[in-house]
Design a protein. Structure first.
Length: 318
């Protein structure tokens, strides 16, 4: 099959990750995958990118969102206002975009992780700014595993690949081996297994890395020829990248295991030991990644979780 009619449009974000990729499918109906952040800079960059292609935002008919992070869906309400486009979001993410929920609304989990009070207060102070970056998106339609997004001449199959977020979707075209991966696969960094509430366990958190390793196993079994990631250049050798991810997570789990002792440490203490010079947002991500790897170590019998005085300590078994 011929390559899909894809146009990659890197759009600036205010985040450390840098540009986010918006993908235009130049086929009927005119569709984009992800949107960019809800900022004037992002909107102007998207307008200019469309103009270079001889297109207008008003001509959009469909917006597909891979996951509910602000750099991937933030502009969707504005684009709907301009074009009247239909918005489609994975069923596991749709309540997040409808509510504008932030990914750090995990107070009890963060306390149990040993996050200091002053850090929690700093996060709370920044909440209004963060909410502006997470707009409410009413009227979106839900996508389920196996759904097909139809175009003139081809279709994209929806797959649920939890890990980076709990309801992350990827879009696959089997004839060309093309995958639109969002933040499930990235060429230069490994996706963070984000700390999120567990919808089936009120007050708890999902086992993000356990889910992500299962998603990697699914991807390894697929015929992937070209991957379009949420950030960075297209991935031309997906199997090699997947192997590198496996090695990375083994090394990271080994490093965290080496930091455990008989007395026990909080996830925040371990994260600070691993990443001593991180800012506020990065501290959240560091704790997120640390807890995710601790789940894997506990499953492997290489760590124990012990409640102690309102926090959870992680220690060597025995």
């Amino acid at each position: 099959m011929d390559p899909l009619p894809v146009v990659r449009m890197p759009i600036p974000t205010p985040f450390a990750v840098g540009d986010v990729n918006v993908y235009v499918l130049r086929a009927e109906p005119l569709t984009i995958i992800d949107t960019g952040t809800a900022t004037i800079d992002a909107e102007n960059a998207l307008k200019l990118a469309f103009a270079r292609e001889g297109l207008f935002l008003e001509a959009l008919r469909r917006i597909v969102v891979t996951h509910a992070h602000p750099d991937h869906y933030g502009l969707a309400p504005r684009l709907v206002e301009l074009s009247g486009a239909e918005v489609l979001v994975g069923e596991g993410e749709i309540e997040k975009v409808r509510s504008g929920a932030m990914w750090w609304e995990l107070g009890r989990v963060l306390v149990e992780a040993g996050m200091p009070y002053e850090v929690l207060m700093e996060m709370a102070a920044r909440a209004p700014e963060a909410r502006r970056m997470h707009p409410r998106l009413e009227g979106a339609g839900a996508l389920a595993e196996g759904d097909r997004i139809e175009f003139e001449g081809f279709s994209l199959e929806v797959g649920m690949f939890p890990g980076h977020t709990g309801g992350h979707i990827c879009l696959y075209e089997s004839g060309s081996g093309t995958l639109f991966a969002g933040d499930t696969l990235l060429p230069a960094i490994t996706p963070n297994p984000i700390l999120e509430p567990d919808p089936e366990a009120p007050g708890g958190r999902r086992r993000s890395l356990v889910q992500y390793l299962e998603s990697l196993a699914r991807l390894e079994a697929m015929d992937l020829q070209i991957v379009y990631p949420g950030h960075g250049e297209p991935i031309s050798d997906p199997p090699a990248l997947l192997r590198s991810y496996r090695r990375h997570h083994v090394r990271r789990a080994d490093r965290i295991a080496s930091m455990l002792d008989a007395g026990g440490k909080t996830a925040f203490q371990i994260a600070t030991q691993m990443y001593p010079d991180r800012g506020l947002a990065d501290r959240f991500l560091a704790v997120s990644e640390t807890l995710a790897h601790l789940d894997v170590l506990i499953d492997a019998g290489r760590a124990q979780a012990v409640p102690s005085g309102g926090v959870i300590l992680f220690r060597r078994p025995g």
